[in-house]
Design a protein around this ligand. Structure first.
Ligand code: GDP
Ligand code: IMO
Ligand code: MG
Length: 423
């Protein structure tokens, strides 16, 4: 069986958690393949809101297995907190959640290094979630990292010490004022490692390979979004992993010819949290309204998200890079009541009109060119079928489908599991 992928096509927070939860009933296995606790994936059902950071969004379904793949970076401290939050739901974590031995570990000093690096950058900071993501992936590619499987070795504390000592020297190099009590952080880390070690560690690439052979259905859950991809995003204002489709191959050990459907998810408008270029960003009341109505605050950091119109140039780029076969449009309900909707269909770039994403999309270089569409007034949040969607929304969807040449199969009209319309 091929592995299906679900990926964010913008700058993250498209609603991946919600849709993975909705789709889990169709899959035997849900597997996260990259990123770490910089992610915040929100799920809502039965009046309860859950936010997951490292644990895959299929965890609430009794029949699904959840895998944290080798491409993910795990902070035992945050992982423990996630497990604590799940305690009251009586989930058999030991059998339902499997962790790759090859996943890298975020150490407390990785988090400190992240803070030191960001502080030293001043105004040029990336706006990192400060979860230690960049330094951990640096150690991975630098061949210095510690992996989950190392925790099964007797000498893991020695390996930890030598890496943490190196990090401390690096923190000192930054010469910035970062306050911390390393003893306290290490105590917390060791307690969390003990909890982590009680879970099930697997050789996930082998496990997934066997599952595929047995005909099991697998959905790979992406984190962040395509425009935050280390190679294809708005570098350097990106995260440190490949968030695009190819990342699922390296992050799970799945061969490219074993990838099936690529489900691309986007908001009906655009948001971004952290620094970096955002051509369609709005600085006016319309942008403020989007943020307020859409409740656009980071699920991990609580920071307000920057808001703007849908950017079809960027979306088309993401569709191409990922080979998206089906689209899902989220948060259409947030745009109800906006009289006119704008969609960016090309950029003015150095005096030329272009339809692709150029090397540099800083506002000095790029001015968005908009097409205007009529908005809809109807409250969408109670709708249950595609027949009930207002005409103007259908026109908006038709317009996007024509431009992107991929069908929009799901329209989400609210945060709850049930507020999901299939087309
Ligand atoms: P993720 O990181 O892609 O999983 O997305 P986040 O959970 O960070 O952010 C998406 C936010 O939008 C969450 O608060 C969701 O509960 C909410 N959400 C998801 N889909 C919809 C929708 O269709 N309408 C509205 N109003 N909210 C939604
Ligand atoms: P989910 O999975 C939105 C952003 C940060 C920052 C940049 C680098 O919930 O969609 P990092 O902590 O990775 O060093 O931060 O990437 N970022 C996200 N933005 N959603 C996310 O994840 C994000 N993960 C990282 O705000 O701009
Ligand atoms: Mg999020």
């Amino acid at each position: 069986m091929a592995v299906d992928l679900l990926l964010g096509l913008q700058w993250g927070d498209e609603g991946k958690g919600k849709i993975v939860d909705v789709l889990t009933k169709n899959y035997d296995i849900i597997a996260r393949f990259q990123g770490g606790p910089n992610a915040g994936h929100t799920l809502e059902f039965d009046g309860i809101k859950h936010v997951l950071h490292t644990i895959p969004s299929g965890i609430f379904h009794e029949k699904a297995l959840n895998i944290v793949g080798n491409g993910v970076v795990i902070d035992p401290v945050i992982f423990k907190k996630e497990l604590d939050n799940l305690e009251k739901f009586n989930i058999d974590i030991k059998s339902r959640l499997l962790i790759s031995r090859k996943a890298h570990l975020i150490l407390p000093t990785h988090r400190l290094l992240d803070a030191a690096s960001e502080t030293s950058k001043g105004k040029a900071k990336i706006g990192s979630t400060l979860k230690g993501i960049g330094p951990t992936y640096m150690d991975k590619t630098g061949r210095n990292g510690m992996r989950v499987g190392d925790l099964e070795l007797d000498n893991w504390k020695e390996r930890y010490r030598s890496l943490a000592n190196k990090h401390q020297a690096m923190i000192n190099f930054y010469d910035v004022d970062i306050q911390y009590d390393l003893n306290e952080l290490e105590e917390e880390f060791c307690t969390a490692v003990d909890v982590l070690k009680k879970l099930t560690f697997i050789d996930s690439e082998e496990y997934i390979h066997q599952a595929q052979k047995e005909g099991k259905t697998i959905l790979a859950e992406g984190a962040q979004g395509s425009l935050l991809d280390i190679d294809f995003g708005t570098y350097p204002f990106v995260t440190s992993s490949n968030t695009t489709a190819a990342g699922a191959c390296t992050g799970l050990g799945v061969a490219p010819n074993k990838i099936g459907e690529v489900l691309g998810i986007f908001k009906a408008y655009t948001t971004r949290v952290g620094s970096g270029p955002f051509p369609t960003e709005l600085f006016d009341k319309t942008g403020e309204d989007m943020g307020r109505i859409g409740n656009e605050f980071g699920a991990t950091t609580g920071r307000p998200r920057r808001c703007g119109w849908l950017d079809l140039v960027a979306l088309k780029y993401a569709v191409q890079v990922n080979g998206v076969t089906q689209l899902m449009m989220m948060k259409g309900d947030v745009l109800s009541g906006f009289k006119t909707l704008k969609v960016c269909t090309s950029y003015k770039y150095n005096g030329e009109v272009i339809n692709h994403l150029p090397f540099n999309i800083e506002s000095d270089n790029v001015t968005p060119v908009y097409t205007e569409l009529k908005g809809w007034d109807k409250d969408l949040t109670k709708l249950t079928s595609a027949e009930e969607l207002p005409e103007e929304l259908n026109n908006y969807i038709d317009f996007l489908e024509k431009a992107l040449e991929v069908p929009i199969k799901i329209v989400s009209v609210g945060p709850d599991r049930t507020q999901t319309i299939y087309r």
